[in-house]
Each structure stands twice: as C-alpha cells, then as structure tokens.
Ligand binder design. Sequence first.
Ligand code: ZN
Length: 133
Amino acid sequence: MLKVEHIGIAVKDFTTSIPLFETLLNTNCYKQEAVESEKVITAFLQQGESKIELLQSTDAEGVIAKFIEKKGEGIHHIAFETEDIYAEMERLKNAGFTLLNEKPKQGADNKLVCFLHPKNTNGVLVELCMERK
Ligand code: ZN
C-alpha cells in the first residue's frame, strides 16, 4: 500500500456538501464524475497528497442511499493506493480477507478498484485502488 489515496464520504446533497467541504478544506472541487454501476455521483477535492471523495446516490436503491438510511451521512470508506492492485488483492485474499469483487473494476477518477468486506476489517470498508494506465 502506498498511501491513503482518498476518504469517501456519503452525503445526501452535493448542493450543500460541496460548498461545505470547499470552505472546510479551502480548495475547490476539481471534478464530478458519475459511476453508473454504483448508482453514485462522486465529487473530488484534493488535500495535500490525499483526496476527499464525496458520494451522492443517484438512486433510492443505491448503496450510498442505503448506507445513509442505515447510518446517516459520514465516512463511507478509506481508499489505499496500491502499486499493483492484482498482487495486493492476491496477498489480502491469502491473508483471509474477503474481496467484494474478484476482479478489479472501473472506479471514478481513472482508477481500478476493489473493495474488502468490512466484516474482516473492524467494520471499515476498505477500497484498494490503482491508477489505470
Ligand atoms: Zn472511493
């Protein structure tokens, strides 16, 4: 693992949350991107070498809508950048972690991503990511 690439935060409404985080971090949101497979729109703010990824559901049945319904708005996942996501997935699988997808999938921000089941990570949803080349 190279670093914390970003922290994902589930929010109800970009129209209030983006300005809130822009003021908080004193920087502008530089990108919004839909991830249709996840029924979510993402908004990114850079902070040093890490990012904040705001997640807003596009569908009442989407994972983010369900998360907010259950737990309220807040931290949804922590994403770690990997040099080689395939090798890291193999290593973690062999170490007993449960991968939520068997192959890396297309995430936002030009990334390949894989999530780990929070049951093996003290309740933290962990995302592995790697820049697509
Ligand atoms: Zn993420």
